[in-house]
Ligand binder design. Sequence first.
Ligand code: CA
Ligand code: CA
Ligand code: CA
Length: 475
Amino acid sequence: MSNPSISRAGRRALIGALAAAALATGALAAAPAATAQPSATPPGHAHAEAAPASDFIVKFAAGASAHGQGRAHAWGAIAAQLGLKPQEVRELATGATLVSAGRELDPAESVAFVQGLLASGVVEYAEPDVVFTADLTPTDPRYAEQWDLAATSAGMSLPAAWDRTTGAGVKVAVLDTGRTAHPDLDANMLPGYDFISSTTRSRDGNGRDADPQDEGDWSAAGECSTGSAAKNSSWHGTHVAGTVGAVMSNGAGVAGVAAGAKIVPVRVLGKCGGSTSDIADAIIWASGGTVAGVPANPNPAQVINMSIGGIGACPITYQTAIDAAVARGATVVVSAGDDATDASGQRPANCDNVVVVAASDKYGSLASYSNYGSAVTVTAPGGGSGGGILSTLNAGTTVPGAATYGTKQGTSMAAPHIAGLAALLKSANPSLTPAQIEALIQQGAKPLPGGCSLGCGAGLADAAATLALVPAPQP
Ligand SMILES: [Ca+2]
Ligand SMILES: [Ca+2]
Ligand SMILES: [Ca+2]
């Protein structure tokens, strides 16, 4: 059975569009009766839905079987034209008949077949026997708190997109503070790598190594810069990874945007941050490139998330690494920054070849802290007024403690929503290039319900609308 599943919402939209087209052209009205039939027969009508189908539901006109070639006359002409040998399968409780076309018809053939049936004059209505499925709704106990994923004006409308794919076959590299053990993440985690060269930053007693465990990024007052405040460990990488790919419907916690994808945790941020040189090497390695002294990445990523930022121009080293990753087919998603200013002053948001993500709040407005402006590609939920983004976390204040959940807000939280959406697109059609993925995300976006005068890119990302733009791969 190769029929794609079609959500109720998607089907309604499609029917609505086709009905409008039919009204405009009159193409779907039944042709005048060419054979004798009762004059009381109601005018034919159809959902000439452009869906692939092998079976069709056909309501023959009363008395159709009593005349001449009878019911087979209904498909004689169009069956010959399309090279079909239709057969009646069974009567339905509605009084209509299920008719097999004998093979799967593509969407255009499907419409032609229905129109041909109507043109016969012995059919009241006909429509493809399309497949329905329920929108995939995760059963995770805290999914109800994930307003950012819901099909609401401020949410990204993931459930209908998940009908199509949850990201299977795609790997997303999360360049961040590393990973912590978590029952809602472990099953989706690939080995990854630790790119922190400085033993001061790394806290694991050495430079680069194969274990991207997050050792904690806490710092004492004044330790990171003059006057810097003391801070507890953020477990930023654990939170970002959960938004991309927390395990769905496992009876625990939350669901990720692309729970069917796998995450490659790449540790680049430690105590007081990370260096350009380490981050650039990590970008190259994550996308499958060669880094001296580091074993080849057995899991090259098709999407790279960098919820990372700083003030200043895009370093040449960054741009070179990003260009190389994109050339290898990786979509590079970055946060716009949290300074409530134009993102053009924030790196890597001001680099070329990146998808730059601003943050919206629970009211669908640009979040108060979010950067904005012409550098922004698209906006995604990042939390703020009304509530934060719930994801996986760790309870440790310094070193890793127990796995837990919690909310954070920031463009760092918005970016992984788009990295996840890019993974869904890549899963739906693996031949999509980074440029096509960026264009589709923009094309599918909707205006921010709260408005945005400062520059939110193409608008608020809408996963359902974006996935609907993706043609299935050609066989
Ligand atoms: Ca190390
Ligand atoms: Ca390590
Ligand atoms: Ca879960």
